[in-house]
Design a binder for this molecule. Structure first.
Ligand code: SF4
Length: 236
């Protein structure tokens, strides 16, 4: 049962998010997700890039069959699609795959090939931002796997905050975690991870925009390397 009333105004939801961010700052990831499930019920989902299934696993402990939303941009590594398929097959979650309005071929025909090299912001808008916005329409709250230690742009991520762009509650239950925390959780619970993490990739996105990281680089340094871009627009 959904505890939050469906007719809450956006101002009320925003206040709820900000209060929860303060109240849950020191709570465990599972407690944060339990709050989200108790508060929003089926109007809560997890988004996953299928880099690993840690947040999906945590959320499934809070609610069996929780919706896990995956954006299939058409540019993923086959290992990422394989991880999505494995998550769907073995975990007690409901995987929902979102796709952009256009296939890659259709986008190429309209904008020219390799838009990701010429205008990655537009490519991300068409293949990530717009499909996610549409896919989240029926949810009041969504969870991400953002962590503060991933990059300077994520250093202030609240565990619960307000997503101004989408007017929704945004939950980052592992915001305070380190990579060691993630590794320990994966080992303890046997959580599925993307095989590319064992092959020099510290953060996995679309194939044309992801490279392995070098010694001493932060986890997201391999994303849009050399293009002056650090985020796809989903979290800005
Ligand atoms: Fe396009 Fe690259 Fe963004 Fe993927 S990460 S949507 S390929 S620009």
């Amino acid at each position: 049962m959904t505890a939050v009333q469906e007719d809450r105004t956006t101002d009320e939801l925003k206040a709820l998010a900000e209060q929860a961010g303060r109240d849950l700052e020191d709570a465990s990831a599972l407690e944060i997700l339990q709050w989200a499930v108790d508060t929003f019920g089926k109007r809560f989902c997890v988004t996953s890039s299928m880099e690993d299934a840690v947040v999906a696993h945590l959320a499934s402990r809070a609610m069996k069959g929780v919706d896990v939303v995956f954006l299939d941009t058409g540019y993923h590594f086959e290992e990422t699609i394989g991880t999505r398929d494995a998550v769907e097959a073995v975990m007690d979650v409901n995987v929902i795959t979102l796709t952009p309005r256009q296939t890659v071929a259709e986008q190429d025909a309209q904008y020219g090939p390799k838009l990701h090299d010429r205008d990655p912001d537009l490519c991300c808008k068409l293949r990530k931002v717009q499909p996610l916005e549409q896919g989240l329409t029926n949810y009041l709250a969504w969870a991400t796997g953002l962590r503060r230690d991933e990059s300077p742009t994520r250093a202030n991520t609240p565990v619960v905050g307000w997503d101004e762009k989408r007017q929704k509650v945004k939950i980052s239950p592992i915001a305070r975690w380190t990579q060691d925390d993630v590794d320990a959780y994966v080992a303890e619970h046997g959580v599925l991870t993307n095989p590319l993490l064992m092959d020099g990739y510290a953060s996995v996105g679309c194939a044309p925009c992801t490279r392995r990281v070098l010694e001493g680089e932060d986890a997201r340094a391999g994303r849009w390397a050399g293009r002056g871009k650090t985020e796809c627009g989903l979290h800005g």
